[in-house]
Design a protein around this ligand. Structure first.
Ligand SMILES: [Fe+2]
Length: 346
């Protein structure tokens, strides 16, 4: 009898140990992220302090992480994929790699055009793809009510710089034009636009702003947050000086608004920590966390209570934003790539 009781106690202890072990294992969340901000590490630490949920990070380029998640399949440790551009999120969404987010706190906080069609992913912060121009070489008449569409006109011959067509930001911008104008009109536009390039596409978004500052071109398209980063001085004195020479402009203010994209995240189908993953996404939407994000990345907040960094908000926060569903940037991604190729956009 004693022996039996002893065994029972032993197995009870074993079970409870196992139980608490599984609780410990469950108190984590695995995030695959292509974001490269040191400031994100502080967020992860704060999240762990607030919830006790440990954050494990796998960083990499968006494309590489997408491939990794696909090839790991069921065995993937990933709970969350966190990246820039809805076009990237869509690449996992289209093959069913995400599960729908359930939390109403998340769904209610994010405008429907900045979520996946079935809430497979949500925006965490916004970025506008805007126009930068040199005020000494571009007249105020030329930029008055300027739209993306206008950039195909003869007036801009040899005056425009933009990065290459293999960049997702450009693919999503062109996809937004396809969504609004159709393929035929967008292709006609792209041909005119490409014929206005001051040079063969090269460099990143900041190189385009620098090219306008140093006189290589009069006008550039780039994401808004790079301008904040340059003006803040954290990218060095040269970039700060260059940024001060150019002006930022929100295109399409007299029609559908400026193209807006997101940094966003989704929870993976094979996530083993779905609850923790949702708690993490809820955390990212807290005002103090949003404030931390926008002050470090110079993006626009996804919630209205918070203002962007002063380096960006000084140019206005009430500009008209294109409401085209961000999922269209993915839906028309391959059309966009093919179209840019036909238009000779290198
Ligand atoms: Fe970027």
């Amino acid at each position: 009898m004693y022996f039996k009781v002893n065994n029972l106690i032993k197995s009870l202890i074993a079970i409870s140990l196992l139980f608490s072990l599984s609780e410990i294992v469950a108190s984590e969340v695995n995030i695959y992220t292509s974001r490269h901000y040191d400031s994100d590490n502080l967020l992860y630490e704060d999240f762990t302090k607030a919830t006790g949920i440990k954050v494990n990070i796998i960083s990499g380029k968006g494309e590489a992480l997408i491939e990794r998640i696909k090839s790991e399949g069921k065995n993937s440790a990933a709970d969350i994929f966190f990246t820039a551009d809805a076009g990237n999120l869509w690449k996992l969404q289209k093959d069913g790699h995400f599960r729908s987010i359930i939390s109403e706190r998340i769904i209610n906080a994010i405008p429907s055009n900045l979520r996946g069609p079935k809430n497979e992913w949500v925006g965490i912060a916004k970025r506008a793809r805007v126009i930068f121009y040199h005020p000494e070489r571009v007249s105020s008449d030329e930029v008055n009510n300027l739209s993306y569409e206008d950039l195909s006109s003869e007036n801009w011959k040899g005056r425009i710089v933009v990065r290459s067509s293999n960049n997702i930001y450009n693919q999503s911008l062109v996809a937004s034009l396809i969504s609004n104008l159709g393929i035929e009109k967008t292709e006609k536009w792209a041909k005119g636009f490409v014929s206005n390039f001051a040079r063969k596409p090269q460099g990143n978004d900041r190189s385009q702003i620098l090219a306008v500052a140093n006189g290589e071109a009069d006008i550039a398209i780039a994401n808004s947050y790079y301008y904040g980063l340059m003006l803040s001085g954290s990218a060095g004195q040269d970039q700060e000086d260059a940024a001060k020479k150019v002006k930022m402009l929100f295109p399409n203010q007299n029609n559908r608004g400026t193209h807006v994209n997101i940094s966003g995240a989704g929870i993976l189908k094979f996530s083993k920590n779905q609850k923790n993953a949702e708690v993490f996404l809820e955390f990212l939407l807290l005002p103090k966390v949003q404030e931390h994000i926008v002050n470090n990345t110079f993006e626009y907040p996804i919630i209205d209570e918070i203002s962007p960094s002063p380096f960006i908000s000084q140019f206005g926060i009430s500009f008209l934003q294109d409401q085209t569903p961000a999922s269209d940037f993915g839906k028309f991604n391959s059309d966009s790539i093919k179209l840019m190729d036909r238009a000779g956009w290198k």
